[in-house]
Design a protein around this ligand. Structure first.
Ligand code: TXA
Ligand code: MG
Length: 313
């Protein structure tokens, strides 16, 4: 299959209209979309990514008025999140309606819904006119793509279309919040922080990942991993600087003996750079990546979650 790389959101929406898949940019990471109402289209996502079908997909819409086309009910507190954080890097898990294919939700009675805060993504989604189911546009298991080139390197020849945009601004995926219980539960930390959510609903809590049956099935799979081994360090003194090792963090490094290094100004830049850095390291055949541990507040919570998952081999 030839992969068309285009800047035209209309061309990308045409692929969706033909029940094909198309990759598109968002502020978190690039997504791989298909019409959420058409099971045969959604099936193509799982095939292209090599993704297990018991891992549900997030449904993306272009504007708030489309939300009633995917859900069946909404608790009062979810409306507050929508007012505050939509569009944005937040996914709300809500009771689904019948039109959403059970292939999208992996048989669950709930659906994850999100409106990206990204002009080109919104134009594309509004042009599609249907809810677009989309996981991150990487091969299953590898780091999520934050550039169109990363999508191409994973999926060239496997998908018909990539909508080309700028590098993703947030760089880690959306926060997934279960809104089906009496209080909101964060299933996956992400671009909207725990503190921000608690600022709106103070009873918001974090799901403990030790649960035997994860509520978010995607959590049980290996994720975000580069080919290199990832180690979490509290500082440069814990590293072995060599041409075959790499370092990413916020503390500066004196001697430049690493094969790759990225010093970030703050946690937001660290989050934005992480997945891209992993991919650059793999391209340079780096064998060991040292990631500096940061405090788990603000975006640091999502950042450390992704680093920890990458460090599990
Ligand atoms: O930022 C993002 O969320 C990106 C962009 C493309 O929007 N998408 C993304 O999708 O990261 P994916 O498929 O890589 O991750 C979706 C996560 C998985 O952990 C999945 O298990 C969870 O959301 N999820 C989706 N629907 C769910 C549901 N109904 N109940 C519980 N968890 C759900
Ligand atoms: Mg993913």
């Amino acid at each position: 299959m030839r992969t068309q790389i285009t800047s035209s959101y209309r061309s990308a929406a045409e692929a969706i209209a033909h029940n094909n898949v198309a990759a598109f940019p968002t502020e978190t990471v690039y997504g791989l979309g298909a019409n959420a109402f058409v099971p045969d289209a959604v099936k193509k996502i799982f095939i292209a990514k090599g993704r297990p079908s018991d891992n549900p997909l997030i449904v993306h819409i272009g504007s708030v008025d489309q939300i009633s086309s995917v859900i069946s009910s909404m608790p009062h507190y979810a409306e507050k999140f929508i007012q505050e954080f939509f569009p944005g890097p937040l996914t709300l898990v809500l009771p689904k309606n019948k039109k959403i294919s059970s292939l999208v939700t992996a048989g669950l009675s709930t659906v994850g819904v999100r409106i990206p805060k990204h002009t080109l993504a919104q134009k594309f989604l509004n042009e599609c006119g249907v809810p677009v189911a989309a996981p991150s546009a990487n091969l299953s298991g590898s780091p999520s793509p934050t550039t169109w080139q990363a999508v191409r390197s994973d999926l060239n020849g496997r998908i018909p279309c990539i909508l080309k945009g700028n590098p993703s601004r947030v760089g880690v995926e959306s926060t997934v919040v279960d809104c089906t219980g009496s209080r909101p539960v964060i299933l996956r930390a992400g671009g909207v922080t725990l503190e921000q959510l608690r600022g709106i609903i103070s009873s918001t809590r974090l799901q403990k990942h030790q649960a035997a049956i994860p509520k978010s099935p995607g959590l049980k799979y290996r994720h975000y991993s580069p080919l290199a081994y990832v180690f979490i360090v509290s500082g440069v003194s814990e590293t072995v600087p060599m041409k075959s090792s790499a370092y990413i963090g916020t503390q500066s490094v004196q001697r430049n003996t690493f094969g790759m290094k990225k010093i970030c100004r703050n946690q937001a830049e660290y989050a934005r750079s992480l997945f891209h850095f992993f991919r650059e390291c793999d391209a340079k055949k780096i064998q060991t990546i040292y990631c500096e541990q940061v405090s788990e507040d603000g975006i640091g919570l999502a950042l450390m979650d992704r680093i920890r998952k990458a460090a599990v081999q």
